[in-house]
Design a binder for this molecule. Structure first.
Ligand SMILES: C[S@@+](CC[C@H](N)C(=O)[O-])C[C@H]1O[C@@H](n2cnc3c(N)ncnc32)[C@H](O)[C@@H]1O
Length: 396
């Protein structure tokens, strides 16, 4: 197990304590290593002396069992100290990363210091050094969108983490990570499929310019010319804007097979099917998209809508939470979570999610409102959040 960017050792020692507590089969050889670029942090890690503040979330029984007090400091038991090694390493260096070396890597709150390109390279090294099926844990506000397709997203106990796929694509070329300008929170750069955004944005602009024109007068792009991998989706998007879902689906159906399988086209198809109430087909399109891009926040959000409409609120909540995790700037899943929580009487969650949705909606990209807003514009969606929030002020 590797604690990458281990700082003063808290994470690596927590793993060692946990493993001792699990009383695993003695034949298991567990090796825990912490690496960091900062020698002073590593010195502190090796000393394993912590303040009471550092132990503020450590349960009392663990404190009693594994720490001895020395003045104001708490000294970790030797048996735990001896089970962890620390090394000075730069995560950007190749030396650390031999193939299949680790089963578990923790890399929490480290990638945020890297440029997007260095972060992509670091995650690529991590995926190569993990055994197939091995696990990667990031910080709670970090995700792998735009950084890697080597992992499956896992979710349990309110926590997201990643599992390395059995097969890695040998020389996958990732899309360049765009600047995180649209992200509402400091976070890893988010790849809101840049080509898609441009397509939708262009379309939104055209829609604005052509609001008075009937659809029949809109120029239909020559479909034969859209056989490239990145399809021209503008006509289908214009039809979506006019809530002509069936016609938009027909347009998508005429795309050549290579274009129809493009992730942007599949996302649009999934959205159109969801809006048309064809939930089973929409679910299938979401599955197709998640095979292409397991970290698609849009696919998880649409799946949340489908699950809720088919009465599976629990799965709906899980998918909407996944969408907000994968893209913290994405307003619609917050709104959806807020509405579901209000319906189940969870006032605290409802209020928190609706407030967050109202905030994010102010800056939500027009293209995303077009795709996921269910026909409502920004102002109507914000008004919906506000009116729902007002209801909390009414006496019950
Ligand atoms: C904010 S701390 C996170 C510590 C710990 N992972 C946690 O979540 O509590 C970031 C750590 O990453 C280390 N770090 C930053 N860049 C690094 C690099 N290129 N190689 C190794 N460590 C690095 C820093 O020295 C620092 O100790």
């Amino acid at each position: 197990m590797l604690s990458a960017g281990c700082s003063s050792g808290e994470e690596a020692y927590s793993l060692a304590i946990l493993i001792q507590q699990c009383a695993l089969d003695a034949r298991w050889a567990i090796v825990i290593k912490g690496v960091d670029i900062n020698p002073r942090a590593l010195e502190k890690a090796r000393l394993a002396r912590y303040s009471l503040w550092a132990l503020r979330e450590t349960p009392e029984d663990i404190q009693k069992r594994y720490f001895a007090t020395d003045g104001r400091e708490h000294v970790l038991a030797k048996s735990i100290r001896d089970s962890v090694t620390f090394e000075e390493e730069n995560l950007a260096s190749d030396a650390l990363w031999t193939a299949d070396s680790y089963d578990v890597v923790f890399c929490r709150n480290v990638l945020m210091y890297f440029t997007p390109e260095s972060a992509q390279r670091a995650v690529r090294r991590i995926s190569r050094s993990l055994a197939p099926g091995g696990y990667l844990f990031l910080g709670h506000a970090e995700n792998l969108r735009g950084l890697s397709q080597d992992f499956e997203l896992c979710h349990t106990h309110g926590t997201f983490y990643y599992r390395r796929k059995a097969e890695l694509e040998p020389n996958l070329v990732l899309r360049p990570v765009p600047s995180p300008a649209s992200s509402a929170q400091p976070n890893l750069p988010l790849d809101w499929a840049s080509s898609w955004l441009e397509t939708v944005q262009r379309s939104s602009d055209r829609i604005r310019a052509l609001t008075e024109k009937p659809i029949s007068e809109l120029a239909r792009p020559p479909l034969s010319a859209t056989a490239s991998v990145a399809p021209d989706l503008s006509l289908a998007l214009q039809l979506l804007a006019h809530e002509r879902f069936g016609e938009a689906l027909d347009v998508l159906q005429q795309l050549p097979p290579s274009s129809a399988r493009d992730p942007d086209a599949v996302l649009l198809r999934a959205a159109l099917l969801t809006h048309s109430g064809k939930l089973e087909d929409a679910e299938r399109a979401c599955t197709e998209l998640l095979v292409l891009d397991g970290l698609s926040a849009g696919a998880h959000y649409l799946r949340a809508l489908c699950r809720e409409r088919s009465g599976n609120t629990r799965a709906a909540v899980e998918h909407a939470q996944t969408a907000t995790y994968l893209d913290p700037g994405f307003a619609m899943p917050h709104l959806h979570l807020g509405l579901m929580a209000r319906r189940t009487g969870d006032r605290v969650t409802a209020q928190r999610e609706l407030e967050q949705a109202a905030l994010l909606l102010q800056r939500e990209d027009p293209s995303r409102l077009l795709l996921f807003g269910g026909g409502f514009n920004r102002d109507s969606l914000i008004a919906l959040c506000r009116s729902e929030l007002e209801r909390f002020k009414e006496p019950t």
